[in-house]
Design a protein around this ligand. Structure first.
Ligand code: GGG
Length: 328
């Protein structure tokens, strides 16, 4: 049976990198795409950034390809992650031959808690000059992330993982986070170490090869992955997978990039590699490997987009990837 994929370009360069990715996916696997809207533009038109039909399409689909949203991100991607119970966001960051990277030795994966922390949306304006934000951490979500991390290191041949936290300051919330993840790791016999997330930010810049798999709370994962993007050649290279028990949403780590939106020059690598993660999630491992290999060889030989020093546009890069795919 043909699997269905909900497709949400969102805003800005989402409308450039997502169509390029669909062309690549179309070249390797037969999928049925269900096109739906979300983000700033639909909010401006209708007053609703996340139409009900979009949520339904995402819940009904086997997987979702998401581009990027702008000001309405919190109203779009956070509820969508909840809708498919995606408790972890998998964000690999590595370098590629042909790409000028600040730290070419970087090759790591961030496993970001995806439902809680300061992204749980519990904010209040108490008075004109006072606002509060509640940081939510539960044992169950932290353990679930820990279980995923243990399975992930086993499945991918890693020795263990590093937990990023700040439990010297956020003693109660990150105390619970670290203890819960550590309990699970101990039960699985998986080695872990722990590190303050601010110290990790420095160490990542100086010695990225020290890191393999990083497990962290929600906001830390959002920030550390952007930092990692800076080490490997830019945000145009980082894919991600919001993984739930039965559904997944696959999105480039980058945002909607209003500064270049509409010019057709956005780097679609992150979106295409998110598409490869989507293919793997749907058990099309061979097709996923083909897409990755084609992206790697395109990055190595060119053409490349302007963010990587080239002059190719989004479509030309996608064409070059498609040309490098095996004949079907
Ligand atoms: N595709 C990435 C995107 O739309 N990013 C906007 C953003 O700020 N997302 C917040 C998040 O990833 O939690």
């Amino acid at each position: 049976m043909t699997e269905t994929v909900a497709v949400i370009p969102g805003d800005g360069i989402g409308h450039e990198v997502v169509p390029a990715t669909l062309r690549v996916l179309d070249a390797v696997v037969d999928l049925e795409f269900v096109h739906v809207e979300a983000g700033d533009a639909v909010a401006e038109r209708t007053g609703e950034p996340l139409p009900e039909e979009t949520v339904e399409a995402v819940v009904d689909a086997d997987a979702t390809l998401f581009g990027a949203t702008g000001e309405t991100s919190a109203d779009v991607i956070l509820p969508l992650r909840d809708a498919v119970d995606s408790f972890v966001n998998v964000r690999p960051a590595r370098t590629y031959p042909g790409v000028d990277a600040l730290r070419p030795e970087t090759d790591l994966v961030i496993l970001r808690e995806n439902t809680e922390g300061v992204y749980a949306g519990i904010e209040n304006r108490l008075s004109e000059g006072v606002s509060t934000l509640t940081r939510l951490v539960t044992r169950s979500a932290s353990r679930r992330l820990g279980e995923f991390a243990c399975d992930y290191v086993d499945a991918n041949g890693h020795d263990g993982f590093t937990v990023a936290h700040k439990n010297n300051v956020m003693r109660v919330t990150d105390g619970l986070f670290v203890d819960s993840v550590a309990d699970v790791a101990a039960a699985h016999g998986v080695d872990i170490d722990t590190q303050y997330m601010d110290a990790m930010a420095t160490e990542l810049g100086l010695n990225p090869a020290e890191y393999d798999v990083i497990v962290c709370p929600n906001l830390a994962g959002d920030m550390l992955s952007d930092l990692a993007a800076g080490l490997v050649g830019g945000l145009g290279l980082l894919p991600s997978a919001n993984v739930g028990s039965e559904r997944g949403i696959f999105e480039p780590v980058h945002g909607c990039a209003p500064d270049i939106a509409g010019e057709g020059v956005a780097n679609p690598t992150a979106a295409i590699l998110s598409g490869a993660m989507l293919l793997e999630f749907l058990d099309h491992d061979g097709a996923a490997a083909d897409v990755r290999a084609a992206v790697e060889s395109t990055l190595a030989a060119g053409p490349r987009t302007p963010d990587l020093g080239g002059s190719a546009n989004t479509e030309a890069f996608a064409d070059a990837v498609i040309e490098r795919l095996p004949e079907t």
